[in-house]
Design a protein around this ligand. Structure first.
Ligand code: WTA
Length: 657
């Protein structure tokens, strides 16, 4: 492998923790020692001190059937009780749990006591719709409080939820509903995006035209737009939920009871239903939100800008902060509506102290200009976080200076849908920060970097594969319905001892870990995982396309961008007006991908080519296509079956665009 990442030498700059910050920090240096001395004992302590168990667990970790883990065996808890009721019982019912801000400026302050009533009503409503423990519920909703109520109501009932990001299409929705056999879908008429209502329910209606297991669709009225209505199937939230009793007796569930399924892209066309369970997941979500985000529930106003449709929203909007009894901001809309200072206005308005966001957003703000955040009072900010992709040092330094007042530490947190919670990150009161590096595994987590032969090494600047070497509480318990794929994907590349994360990594001279992006066919576009295979199969499902190859090309703002190379079927070639880029056909294909997967998967670029570069065994050499997409000189072509293909492709492109 070669290191084509950012140079770590460009910024020999580090930031020691401010003693005043360290003095109040939740995460302390002794946690590293405690975890190293007794891995299981450390996690047992986290589980008992942070979570309320209805029945204490008997065994911390059962790894006998590795890689299938059981954590906190024999323990029973109710996740929703932990996130809501116990805070009310402890006398914090008046504390705001969620400051909701709609895109259009409508607001709602929801206290923990309010949250308890709303979750109870929603749980009663789902029960009336026939949902019981073990049933799966699909949630296709925007960033509104009802989404949180629904997730917690599902957790309360022990009905695993499957949240499907609102940017996914009807097709994607149908696949996911079908795979998890969801009994109920919860959705809204629409959401507000860029000042306009944007519909959601029509995608549910379209998805449910195919055979499906869904009995009821519960619909929140958010935008007031007209929607099609199926009398037997559809139920308005305001008709059903509002009339329910606002109390609900929560039953404890087994520590290993499934909490949710969340689909993520893998290296094949079929998305993986990553599934998480209760006790271990909640323990790590609460622990990391406390020690990494340093959330102090009594004084902080925390804001995670992720969408609940992604794992970051699950762990760091819903489960972690609510388990800790934190106060947070939830914002529905886009950062540039109605103006490019919206986020900073919200920080000023709510006095946000801890902000957790993604590098792609930070780079966008850099592009918009320093003068925009400068207009707002951001002095409340005391800690910043980053997640989703490597943060380049330039963006890191900008973030610290322009948002963090040159004083707030930044935690660059590496983790995955599969890991459930943060794995590699500085502890803000302990770690001397190194811009661009996620640095070390947090206390309780063990990672190594392996070479091509699967040997661990510690040399600086050598590039290898990141692996996790000890089971951790929030680890995925499998891929829904496909245990073999779970083993193959994560536990076979380097043998059953190592969880293979799919990321390249290296150490620097100080022993800090630098994450270098995916080493498989998964792209990272604005922090969203997309599979090349999934987009390729969407493209070839179009009648005019014979073959397609997709690569992630580097992009200044989004990290990577989807670039597709497409061979047309003969009839389409004859019709096509122009070769290369451009033309209506390209637009048609882009829209087709949006329809098949969702707007997030729309290729930035589609290039119509006469051939694709293949090895003699027929494997597409994406490396060469990436060179073309990134406007580089094309690399070694000697393993191509037909070495003239690359020049054909390039000639076609220069001729056409
Ligand atoms: C990437 C998001 C570098 C990585 C929580 C990982 C990162 C994938 C970082 C998981 C980071 C996430 N530095 N890379 N701080 N955080 N990644 O499942 O490639 O949507 O494997 O989970 O994002 O993406 P996922």
């Amino acid at each position: 492998m070669t290191d084509d990442s950012l140079s770590s030498h460009a910024h020999e700059m580090d930031f020691a923790p401010d003693p005043a910050f360290s003095a109040q920090a939740n995460g302390t240096a002794d946690l590293y020692d405690a975890a190293a001395a007794d891995h299981e004992g450390f996690w047992a302590e986290q589980a008992r001190s942070r979570i309320t168990w209805a029945t204490d667990f008997e065994r911390t970790l059962d790894w006998d059937d590795a890689p299938f883990a059981k954590w906190f065996v024999g323990g029973r808890l109710n996740v929703a009780h932990n996130c809501v009721d116990r805070h009310v019982e402890a006398g914090n019912g008046d504390r705001v749990a969620i400051h909701f801000e709609g895109e259009g400026g409508d607001t709602r302050a929801i206290t923990y006591a309010d949250l308890q009533r709303e979750v109870a009503k929603t749980a009663n409503a789902l029960t009336e719709l026939g949902v019981t423990t073990g049933d799966t519920v699909a949630i296709y909703m925007p960033m509104i409080p009802e989404t949180v109520f629904t997730m917690l109501a599902c957790a309360r009932l022990g009905a695993p939820h499957s949240v499907i990001f609102g940017g996914f299409s009807a097709e994607a929705l149908h696949t996911r509903i079908d795979d998890a056999q969801c009994k109920v879908v919860v959705t809204t008429d629409g959401q507000f995006r860029r000042g306009k209502p944007s519909p959601l329910k029509p995608a549910v209606d379209e998805a449910l035209q195919y055979p499906n297991p869904v009995e009821k669709v519960l619909v929140v009225r958010r935008t007031g737009t007209d929607v099609a209505w199926s009398e037997d199937r559809d139920v308005w939230w305001h008709d059903l939920v509002e009339r329910q009793a606002d109390t609900h007796e929560a039953q404890p569930h087994d520590s290993e009871h499934p909490l949710f399924i969340l689909y993520t892209s893998g290296t094949t066309g079929k998305p993986k239903g990553i599934f998480h369970t209760s006790g271990g997941y909640l323990t790590q979500a609460a622990y990391t939100n406390a020690v990494v985000h340093d959330v102090h529930p009594e004084s902080d106003v925390y804001w995670c800008t992720a969408d609940v449709g992604w794992v970051t929203g699950h762990s760091y909007i819903v489960y972690g902060p609510l388990a800790n009894g934190a106060t947070q901001v939830m914002y529905e809309g886009t950062p540039d509506t109605p103006h490019q200072g919206r986020w900073w206005e919200l920080i000023e308005k709510y006095g946000v102290t801890v902000l957790y966001t993604a590098p792609t957003a930070i780079r966008t703000f850099m592009k918009w200009g320093d003068d925009i955040p400068a207009k707002f009072d951001l002095s409340s900010v005391r800690l910043l976080g980053s997640v989703g992709e490597p943060i380049n040092p330039e963006a890191w330094l900008w973030y610290r200076k322009h948002i963090g007042g040159d004083r707030a530490p930044i935690v660059d947190t590496w983790w995955q849908t599969e890991t459930g919670g943060i794995m590699i990150s500085p502890l803000p009161g302990v770690t001397t920060l190194e811009p661009g590096s996620a640095q070390r595994p947090i206390p309780g987590i063990a990672a190594e970097i392996l070479d091509d032969d699967g040997q661990p090494f510690t040399e600086a600047e050598k590039v290898g594969y990141l692996v996790l070497t000890k089971p951790w509480p929030a680890m995925l318990r499998g891929i829904w319905g496909d245990p073999e794929r779970y083993k193959d994907t994560y536990w076979s590349r380097f043998g059953p001892k190592y969880y293979f994360a799919g990321d390249g990594a290296k150490y620097d001279e100080k022993g800090n870990i630098w994450l270098l992006g995916r080493v498989d066919d998964v792209m990272n576009v604005s922090g969203h995982r997309l599979s090349t295979a999934e987009i390729e199969s969407a493209l070839v499902s179009h009648p005019k396309v014979a073959e397609a190859a997709v690569v992630g090309a580097s992009d200044e703002t989004t990290g990577q961008a989807v670039c597709a190379f497409v061979i047309l079927r003969q009839e389409a070639v004859e019709e096509a007006d122009e070769p290369g880029e451009g033309g209506d056909l390209v637009q048609e294909l882009r829209n087709h991908v949006a329809h098949e997967i969702g707007p997030i998967a729309k290729p930035r670029q589609i290039m119509i080519v006469p051939e694709l570069p293949k090895t003699r065994s027929g494997k597409i050499m994406r490396r060469l296509l990436k060179d073309v997409a990134e406007n580089r000189e094309v690399g070694d072509v000697t393993t191509l079956a037909d070495s003239s293909v690359m020049s054909m492709i390039q000639q076609g492109l220069t001729g056409g665009s």
